[in-house]
Structures are given as structure tokens and as C-alpha cells.
Ligand binder design. Structure first.
Ligand code: COA
Ligand code: AMP
Length: 627
């Protein structure tokens, strides 16, 4: 038991206004908030601030301009670049001037479809400076997904780069942007392309603008002022998978976000000014937004932007090398990355040779951390490995061991304890709290802590649905239980969302794509266990009459998912079957399919329409007749 954690959690629940009011002191407000919370206006009503000012200007003004803010470590290009706070302020100010010259102002949207390069961070901070709303789209998404986001966010400008570097492959981004704009209804005024040495893009289009040329052309423009925005005004929109094919645009507010992230750095991760923090994620995901870009800079720390993979860039020692080289104090990654490293270096020879320098702890999130992976890493590194849980919707961890509050309690298989600000309940189908040890829906008492979403872009009713099932609670979509020691265990999702290599995807969305392929009568896509990626999607396809002998069906549905959703979906297996296991009322028994592909014990449900189907599917899977 940690007294400091206990005190903080109790205080946050007993008097959230006092707790978050005190935490809000860590932020420079232009107008201090009139109060801490109001049902109608959310957190810090009346407060105005600028997030970029809080990340940059104030540290420079305080005399810390020479301290390192950002390290770009890119084993795929061989480059390591350092940017001090003064330099990062200047660079992001230049991009703000570029955007301003294109007419971007307060509340305009800017889509950022870019790889892990410093310009991406400059761009996010530039938008924040202007009070514009950025929406970063992960590079692994296909043009159609980008188009959906363009149509929903209706941006004025789209920022991109000529290419991304994925391991030893170069991926041209500009043709994907062109394709997305051809698919989208909404059209941007400008596409600004950051040309990279590795591969240049063709800038033939009328709205195409060269990033570096625009920077030179606006070099004499004054740096735009950091615009005052309201605490509840949006800083960014981040699209995440929902249960339909339409992505959900999670809206992050400026005020609660700054307060919560600053609090989390100090109290969860133990990071303050001058410390080096590294989140090995991608800026396209919420972890990248919060813990590569905003949180470390809010507290004046150094953040590492890593352009590489855990393995193959160049070897499974790359993580330890980055940690050691830059003096990383707290490290954050996804369990899948550790599993990938372990597969290639089971004895951790690289880790033994390189060490972990002054690193004090490793945090894992994004998917369930299997106990075996945690044990391996704790044993090989000698560091505490702390699983913690959160979601795009929340923006920062809600279940963790608050390491920096002296809480090092860990139980393998559990993500830890409720973080201050969050009160959890495990509810049954009727919304009644379940006793300790019993599994149910994981719910969080409303209102959510600062930083958590308060709406979805263009879809407030979609947001409200999260609070509709259980009165007074936010439905997380996860299932789990709280054990006798108070540890929260997350067991999986209650909907069709799966986590593939830490990437959140919807099997329902994949099913829609598969179902519309030529010759498909019906289909199901489920998440199967995978030793490296945690989960991978598997498709079952039933051909329409006349297509039973069409051997292209499997490859075609795989290609369709890649083309429409993106490479990140990683659908590589499609079983072509004579029928799916269904109840007599026509419901596909996806759980049964999951058990069959996972090689788990299963029984034939009494409600099944055709009891012969599961055996036939099991035989198919055992023969591994994949396409
Ligand atoms: N731009 C373009 N394509 C991308 C991309 C990007 N930013 N990120 C991934 N892709 C592509 C990959 O190249 C791959 O394509 P392929 O099918 O042609 O090989 C596909 O999307 C799947 O990528 P990924 O899931 O990353 O698999 P991988 O086999 O390349 O690597 C791991 C496996 C485990 C090493 C990798 O997934 C990893 O590092 N995961 C950690 C994830 C993470 O940090 N998540 C954040 C949550 S906290
Ligand atoms: P994302 O919004 O991409 O961060 O994904 C959020 C989802 O990932 C959660 O709802 C969980 O299902 C899963 N998740 C994240 N962290 C963990 C964790 N530590 N343990 C188990 N599941 C997790």
C-alpha cells in the first residue's frame, strides 16, 4: 500500500474540485478559470490558455531555452537531431507562420498525415499556437480512411511528407494523399509536402505546396502570437475505431488536457523539467499525442521521437540503445514491442550488452500485457515493469500503479489501481455493481476526469451513447474485474474492437469490407490470439452460389481490407468455408469461432442452427487451409 497514492486517490474522489484546482496551478492560464468544474461547461470554465505556450514559450521565458526539448532518433535514416526549447519554439513558430500564410486561424482544422519526423511535432505545436485544431492520421491507414477523416474534419490544409520509412521499406505518402482527396467530398485548400531526402514527391497538383519553400517564403513573417483559447475549446481531433465503419473523432480540450497530462508526468511517471522521457509509440495514436508530444513538453522534460521499429532497425537492441544513449528516465511502450524483441533476442543478449542506463521504470499499455512478457522483461532488465490502462477517449491513464506516488504494487495480469480522478465500478448487465472477483463491464463514474473527451466531432449523440447504458457511468467497452486486493484486471472488450500490435481496430469494419467483396455471401472477422501482435484478425468467408470454386476470393478479401482500411489491419488469413456457426435466429457465434481458431475447448451451443458446422470449421483450421 502506498500512502501517497491512497491520499491522492481519496482526495481526488472526495473533493475533485480542490484536487484538480490545485493541479491546475501547473498550467499558465491567460485568464484563470472561474471555477474548477461545471456540468455544462466541463473542466476549468472561464479559463483561457494556449497549449503551445505552455509547452514552449513559458519554459524559454523561464530561462530554460537551452534545455533539450526534443530528440529525433531515427535509426532508419541514421540521423539523431536535438532541438532545444528555444529551437523547438522557433521551428514550430515558423510552421505556425506558414499555416497562417495559408489562411489557417483559430478553430480551423489541419490534417497531419506524416511520419515520425520533427516536422510532425512542429506542425502539431504550430496548430496549437494558432488555436487551430489538428487531426493527426496514422500513416498505416489507407486513402479511404484518410478520406473519411478529411470529410468529417473538413480541414483547410493537409500537411504531409513525401514518404515514411517502415523498417527497410519506403512508403510514398503523397500518392495516398492524392487518392484520399480524390475519394473525399471535402477538398482542402492546400497540401503542404515536406520533401524527404529518401524519396521526393511529385508536387504537380494546383494546391500542392513545398514545405521548405513555404518556410523560406514566410521566413520574414513574425512568429504568430500564441492565441488564447477557452479551456473547453478543442486542441485536436483524434479518430479512433468505433463499432461501425465510421471512425469516432475524439475531441480533446485544451484546459483539462494540459492539467491532467502535467499531473500524470509528475505523479505517475516521475518526470519533471530536465528529465528524459520516451514513449515508443507513433504520433498517430493517442499515446503519441499525449506522451511523445504534449505531456513531456508541458513539464519541461526532454521527449524522444523514435523513427524505427523495436526489431530490425537495425536489431533487437535498438530500444536499449536509445534508452542508454539519451539517458531515458522513464520508458513507455506496448507489450507487443517487447514480445517482438524477445522473439528475436530470447536471452536478451543485446539488453545485457547495452544495459538500460539510468532508466527507472518501464510502462506498458495499449493492449493486455501478458504476465509472461512482464516477467521476462523484469527479469532481464531488473526494472519495475508497470502495466497501465487507458483509451483514446480518456487521453491519459485511468488504471496504473502510480509509480511516482511510491506505488510499486504490481500483480501480473492486472493493470493496477484506479488513477486519482477515476472511480471504477464493475457492473452486471442490469447496471448493478458486482462484488469483488466477479467479471462484468468496466465502467467509470461520471463525470470523467480532466483530459477525457466531452464530445465526438460532429457526433455528440455518439458520445452520449457511452453514458447511456449505465446511468451515471461511462461505459469503457472493456470487461474485467476488481480483485480482493483492489487490483483492476482488464480481460478484453465487450464489443468488436480488437488490438493488433497495440493498434485499435474494429472487426465490424473489416467485416463490412469483406462482405462487399465480389462473391461473398456471408462472413465473420474475429480476433485470434497471436504470440507477437497480441491479436490478429482472421476472416471466415462463405462464397455465394457460383463462387464456391473461385480461389481468388480469399486473396481478394485480404487485398480489399488492406486497400480500404490499410496495412495496419494486418489481415493475413481468410478461411473459405461452406457455412458459419449461427444460432437459429441467425446470430453468428463469433465466440465459438474465436475458440476454434485459438485451439481452445469448445462445446456446441444448444441454439446452433447446424451442429455440423463447428466440426467442419475446426477441421479447416487444423488443416490450415488459408489463402
Ligand atoms: N506508415 C505506413 N505503414 C505503416 C505504418 C506507418 N506509420 N505503421 C505500420 N505500417 C504498416 C507496416 O509496414 C506493416 O505493413 P506490411 O503488412 O506491408 O508489412 C503493417 O502496417 C502492419 O504494421 P505493424 O502492425 O507495425 O506490424 P510489423 O510487423 O511491421 O511490426 C511490431 C510488428 C510488433 C514490431 C510493431 O507493430 C510495433 O512496434 N508495435 C508497437 C505498436 C505501438 O507502439 N503501438 C502504440 C500503442 S501504445
Ligand atoms: P486505444 O484507444 O487505442 O488506446 O485502445 C484502448 C483499448 O486498448 C482499451 O479499451 C483496452 O481494450 C485496450 N487496452 C489499453 N491498455 C490496456 C492494458 N494495459 N490492458 C488491457 N487492455 C488495454
Amino acid at each position: 500500500m502506498s500512502e501517497a497514492y491512497d491520499r491522492a486517490w481519496q482526495a481526488s474522489i472526495a473533493d475533485p474540485n480542490a484536487f484538480w484546482g490545485a493541479a491546475a496551478q501547473a498550467v499558465d492560464w491567460i485568464n484563470p478559470p472561474a471555477s474548477t468544474y461545471s456540468e455544462a461547461q466541463g473542466w476549468f470554465p472561464g479559463g483561457t490558455l494556449n497549449t503551445a505556450h505552455n509547452c514552449l514559450d513559458r519554459h524559454v521565458a523561464a530561462g530554460r531555452g537551452g534545455a533539450i526539448a526534443l530528440i529525433h532518433d531515427s535509426p532508419v535514416t541514421g540521423l539523431i537531431r536535438h532541438f532545444s526549447y528555444a529551437e523547438l519554439l522557433e521551428e514550430s513558430g515558423r510552421v505556425a507562420a506558414m499555416l497562417a500564410s495559408l489562411g489557417v486561424g483559430k478553430f480551423d482544422r489541419v490534417i497531419i498525415y506524416m511520419p515520425m519526423i520533427p516536422e510532425t511535432v512542429f506542425a502539431m505545436l504550430a496548430c496549437a499556437r494558432l488555436g487551430a485544431i489538428h487531426s493527426v492520421v496514422f500513416g498505416g491507414f489507407a486513402p479511404l480512411e484518410l478520406a473519411k477523416r478529411i470529410d468529417d474534419a473538413t480541414p483547410k490544409v493537409l500537411l504531409t511528407a513525401s514518404c515514411g520509412i517502415e523498417g527497410n521499406r519506403t512508403i510514398a505518402y503523397k500518392p495516398m494523399v492524392d487518392e484520399a482527396l480524390a475519394l473525399a467530398q471535402h477538398q482542402v485548400d492546400h497540401v503542404v509536402v515536406c520533401q524527404r531526402e529518401r524519396q521526393q514527391a511529385d508536387l504537380g497538383g494546383a494546391r500542392d505546396t513545398d514545405w521548405h519553400a513555404l518556410r523560406a517564403a514566410t521566413a520574414a513573417d513574425p512568429m504568430p502570437e500564441a492565441v488564447a483559447v477557452g479551456a473547453a475549446d478543442p486542441l485536436y481531433i483524434l479518430y479512433t475505431s468505433g463499432t461501425t465503419g465510421t471512425p469516432k473523432g475524439v475531441v480533446r480540450e485544451n484546459g483539462g488536457h494540459a492539467v491532467a497530462l502535467a499531473w500524470s508526468m509528475q505523479n505517475i511517471y516521475g518526470i519533471g523539467a530536465g528529465d528524459v522521457f520516451w514513449a515508443a509509440s507513433d504520433v498517430g495514436w493517442v499515446v503519441g499525442h499525449s506522451y511523445i508530444v504534449y505531456a513531456p513538453l508541458l513539464v519541461g522534460a526532454t521527449t524522444v521521437l523514435f523513427e524505427g521499429k523495436p526489431v530490425g532497425t537495425p536489431d533487437p537492441g535498438t530500444f536499449w540503445r536509445v534508452i542508454e544513449r539519451h539517458g531515458v528516465k522513464t520508458f513507455f511502450t506496448a507489450p507487443t514491442a517487447i514480445r517482438a524483441i524477445r522473439k528475436e533476442d530470447p536471452d536478451a543478449a543485446h539488453l545485457a550488452a547495452i544495459g538500460t542506463g539510468t532508466c527507472q521504470a518501464v510502462f506498458l499499455a495499449g493492449e493486455r500485457a501478458d504476465p509472461d512478457t512482464i516477467s521476462w522483461l523484469e527479469e532481464k532488465s531488473g526494472l519495475p515493469v508497470i502495466d497501465h490502462w487507458w483509451q483514446t477517449e480518456l487521453g491519459w491513464p485511468a488504471i496504473a500503479s502510480c509509480f511516482a506516488l511510491g506505488d510499486l504494487r504490481r500483480k501480473r495480469g492486472s493493470a493496477g489501481f484506479p488513477v486519482p480522478g477515476y472511480a471504477f465500478a464493475i457492473l452486471d448487465e442490469g447496471g448493478q455493481p458486482l462484488p469483488e472477483g466477479q467479471s462484468g463491464a468496466v465502467a467509470i463514474k461520471a463525470p470523467l476526469a480532466p483530459g477525457a473527451f466531452r464530445t465526438l466531432w460532429n457526433n455528440h449523440s455518439g458520445y452520449a451513447k457511452n453514458f447511456a447504458t449505465y446511468a451515471g457511468y461511462y461505459e469503457t467497452g472493456d470487461a474485467g474485474f476488481i480483485d480482493e486486493d483492489g487490483f483492476v484486471h482488464i480481460m478484453g472488450r465487450t464489443d468488436d474492437i480488437i488490438n493488433v500490435a497495440g493498434h485499435r481496430l474494429s472487426t465490424g469494419q473489416m467485416e463490412q469490407i469483406v462482405a462487399s467483396a465480389d462473391g461473398v455471401a456471408e462472413c465473420a472477422v474475429i480476433g485470434a490470439d497471436d504470440a507477437i501482435k497480441g491479436m490478429v484478425p482472421i476472416a471466415f468467408v462463405v462464397p455465394r452460389a457460383g463462387f464456391e470454386h473461385d480461389e481468388t476470393i480469399g486473396p481478394r478479401v485480404i487485398a480489399a481490407v488492406r486497400a480500404e482500411l490499410g496495412a495496419v489491419a494486418a489481415l493475413r488469413t481468410a478461411y473459405v468455408a461452406g457455412g458459419l456457426p449461427k444460432t437459429r435466429s441467425g446470430k453468428i457465434l463469433r465466440n465459438l469461432l474465436r475458440k476454434i481458431v485459438n485451439g481452445e475447448e469448445w462445446t456446441t451451443p444448444p441454439t446452433i442452427e447446424d451442429p455440423a458446422v463447428p466440426d467442419r470449421l475446426q477441421a479447416l483450421v487444423q488443416r490450415h487451409e488459408v489463402v
